[in-house]
Each structure stands twice: as structure tokens, then as C-alpha cells.
Write a protein that binds this ligand. Sequence first.
Ligand SMILES: [Zn+2]
Length: 167
Amino acid sequence: MATNSEPGLPPGVLTALLPRRNRPIPTALASFPGGIADVSTPDGDSLYNKFDLLCPRPECGSIILRAGVAKLLERPSIQMEPADRTPAALLPLPQPPASTEWWLVTPSPMEFENIGFSKPVAPLSSGDKQLKLLLCAQCDLGPLGWSEVDGTEFWLACSRVGYRADS
Ligand SMILES: [Zn+2]
């Protein structure tokens, strides 16, 4: 048997080959004692995301958006999926027209580090424009947010993204 006669690999090579060794760890919004105030930072008259935004799935943590890119806004909630179809890894949003907190990204998808889009879907709540739902580009978890088809505004639900608070 040659099993034990292989030359040893230099230290560090195996760990360097392990995938996602340095992947960011997403922290949920609900884990911050101060809530949205803990994950936002002022710039001029507006608040922006203080941390990188990540896929909220702990095993993924794909970087969606860098810190300081998205503006915090409170706007009416959007029903992005049927009420009984929210993925287990995501929190339900308030029922429209109740408001919720959003990260607004403009003017193009180029602002994102990684983002995926669904096919156009008819809105399930008020409004007549078709929407594209925002998904994790790595693992397809979503909807994390939405945009209008050919729109210049991209809305991420603050409660549906993870925060890179360890960086
Ligand atoms: Zn993901």
C-alpha cells in the first residue's frame, strides 16, 4: 500500500484549499440590540449601510453590497411572495400597506458585489408594474428585495439581508 508513503503537503496548503474558509459570517438584523440604528451610519442628511450586506444564509454569506452604498428608507412593505411561501431562512415582511425598512441601491445593478434576479413577476400587492425579485447570486436564496423591470432603484429588505458586523 502506498497510502502512507505520499509526501506530506507543506503546512497551510490544505487549509488554503478549503472552500469559503474566509467567508463572511452574516449577522441577522434581529441580533443587534439597537436594531436598524446599529447597522446604519449617517452621511449628510441620510443614513447608509454601516456594514457589508451579505446573504443571510449562514452557510453562504455571499457579499451582496459593500458598506456605505445603500440608503436607508422606510417605505410601504411589498408582498414579494405568497404569505405561506416565505423561505425558512427568511423573515416574513409586514403585510402591506404597513411600512418596513429598506436599503435603496441606485442607479444600476453594477453597484452590487453579487446579486441575482428572478424572471419578471406580477406584483402580489398594490401597484401595476412588473417586478424582478433580488436573490443571492450564490445560493439563489430570496426574495431579498425587488426592483421594477428596467428600473433604476433596487430595494433590499433590511430584515432579509445579513450584516458583516465582524469586519
Ligand atoms: Zn446565498
